[in-house]
Design a protein around this ligand. Structure first.
Ligand SMILES: [Fe+2]
Ligand SMILES: [Fe+2]
Length: 158
């Protein structure tokens, strides 16, 4: 991944974890990771729920509460992209309870991995460059501080 504005590094760090998980989900659903079958799917579902609780949930909150609103305000050309990204967050949230399912878990895990990967790649390839390009007008340094504080607090609480 390209060199990031320092304020985005905590989010990019989470993205690395998310991408690795997304890849494991897709491979698991395709039977390419042992144990295969229902046992492996259950393990992967549990792993997803654990990372969601530890990182993804607060990551989404930080983006929705701090990063997206500031960008919407100062970078009008990012508006559609941000609306799409918010919809992705909602789709992930809606899929979370389905990870408890016993039937059709393979498809749930495959789709969730696919969604998470596409979402993160769009943020890294489209949203973050837009942020960096408009860093001065957005007030990137102030956002950086807020993101760091928010994530620290949210994760200490968990
Ligand atoms: Fe996001
Ligand atoms: Fe993100």
């Amino acid at each position: 991944m390209p060199k990031r504005h320092p304020g985005l590094i905590p989010l990019s760090h989470d993205h690395h974890h998310g991408l690795a998980l997304a890849l494991r989900c897709r491979k698991q659903a395709l039977g390419q990771i042992k144990p295969t079958g229902a046992e492996g799917l259950r393990l992967r579902a549990r792993e997803f729920l654990t990372l969601y609780a530890a990182e993804l949930r607060s990551h989404f909150e930080a983006e929705e509460g701090i990063l997206f609103p500031k960008m919407s305000l100062h970078v009008p050309e990012g508006e559609e992209l941000i609306a799409d990204l918010m919809r992705d967050h909602e789709s992930v949230r809606l899929a979370i309870p389905k990870l408890q399912a016993t039937v059709g878990l393979g498809k749930v895990i495959f789709d969730l991995g696919d969604l998470l990967e596409r979402h993160i790649r769009r943020e890294e390839r489209e949203l973050f460059p837009l942020f960096e390009q408009h860093a001065a007008v957005i007030g990137a340094d102030e956002i950086a501080e807020k993101l760091t504080n928010f994530l620290e607090l949210a994760r200490r609480r968990d």
